[in-house]
Design a protein around this ligand. Structure first.
Ligand SMILES: [Zn+2]
Ligand SMILES: [Zn+2]
Length: 338
């Protein structure tokens, strides 16, 4: 009879909300191992059982091959008594005990989600809260540890059967993605206008918001980590009014542009700037303004640099317009409204 070995493996670091359990699942099943994996306050804990060389191979490059958003601090593994049983499962999280694990920061909408957002045939076409294992809110929606749907603000939105199927399918990009939702089961976007604020009766709050922005309105946009005050950066009246209301003097405003090509029209971009602007973190990047550009003047008077970022939530992408949308603002002032 072939020898069988069982090991317990603990992984610490930024390993929750980054697709680590699905990664462990895929790796273990690929090697024909039985066992389970779970999130605990100490980190991800797995037990794998099978042929000793398969168990070794499982442990060997566990950190090196980890999903892109994971930051592994430590992997420990040791032999435990063989327990038998077939198949590999993701089991519900254990709670309690001191929290020693870290949750991933929020991550900008990924290219796959962006493609679905713009695809009329996709069931999440124009869904303002589209997300997957590789992108979306993490830190912002966590209410406790371990990182599980029950410990996020999404706990209030039970998944519909279609989302539940994706969530449970190891082959799916949304396998165990905690914020997964769709138009049928997820949060809804609302536009409040007027005084006192009332929910707009229009069918499409995004289209209406874009019309308002184009007409010079100032919008408070709820995003990750708080509100932005937004207006069309190319609308001098709107920028001046925002400056007056914020008592901002001549201080520069940060901008959100639709894409790199748009940024290039008014600012100089090197490889490093491009990488920073389009990466997963989406910081505001200080860029040297083009002298010749008929760019946004009022946003940073007499300032040689402009602070620019690219959209990082589906709502930002929708506000700046998807390919094929009617013309609207392509460059927004985005200043903190907190
Ligand atoms: Zn995604
Ligand atoms: Zn759903």
């Amino acid at each position: 009879m072939e020898a069988v070995q069982r090991r317990r493996v603990t992984v610490r670091g930024v390993v929750q909300g980054v697709g680590f359990r699905p990664y462990v699942y895929t790796r273990a099943t690929g090697l024909g191992l039985a066992g389970h994996v779970t999130n605990t306050p100490e980190g991800v804990v797995a037990e794998v059982e099978g042929a000793p060389d398969a168990v070794s191979r499982f442990c060997e490059r566990l950190a090196a091959d980890a999903p892109p958003l994971a930051v592994v601090d430590a992997v420990d593994h040791w032999e435990v008594p063989v327990a038998g049983g077939a198949g590999f499962t993701i089991i519900a999280s254990r709670t309690g005990g001191p929290a020693r694990t870290l949750v991933s920061p929020d991550v900008a909408t990924c290219a796959d989600c962006l493609a679905e957002l713009a695809d009329p045939a996709d069931r999440r076409h124009r869904h303002p809260f589209i997300t997957c294992t590789h992108c979306g809110p993490r830190f912002t929606i966590v209410t406790g540890l371990p990182y599980d749907r029950a410990h996020t603000t999404m706990a209030a939105f039970p998944m519909c059967p279609d989302c539940a199927r994706e969530y449970e399918d190891p082959a799916d990009r949304r396998f165990h993605a905690q914020p997964v939702a769709c138009p049928a089961c997820g949060p809804r976007l609302r536009l409040l206008t007027g005084r006192p604020p009332r929910e707009s009766s229009g069918a499409d709050p995004v289209a209406e918001a874009r019309r308002l922005l184009a007409a010079g309105a100032i919008l408070a946009v709820k995003g990750l980590g708080g509100y932005h005050l937004a207006c069309d950066a190319t609308h001098p009246g709107a920028v001046a009014e925002l400056r007056r209301r914020k008592a901002r003097g001549d201080k520069p405003f940060a901008l959100m542009a639709r894409d790199l090509a748009d940024v290039e029209r008014f600012a100089h971009l090197g490889p490093e700037e491009r990488q920073l602007l389009a990466g997963g973190v989406r910081p505001i990047v200080l860029l040297r303004r083009r002298v010749s550009a008929d760019g946004p003047d009022g946003v940073a008077p007499r300032c040689p640099d402009l602070g620019v970022m690219l959209p990082y939530t589906p709502v930002h992408h929708l506000l700046l317009g998807l390919p094929g949308d009617p013309p609207g603002p392509r460059l927004l002032v985005m200043t903190s409204g907190n």
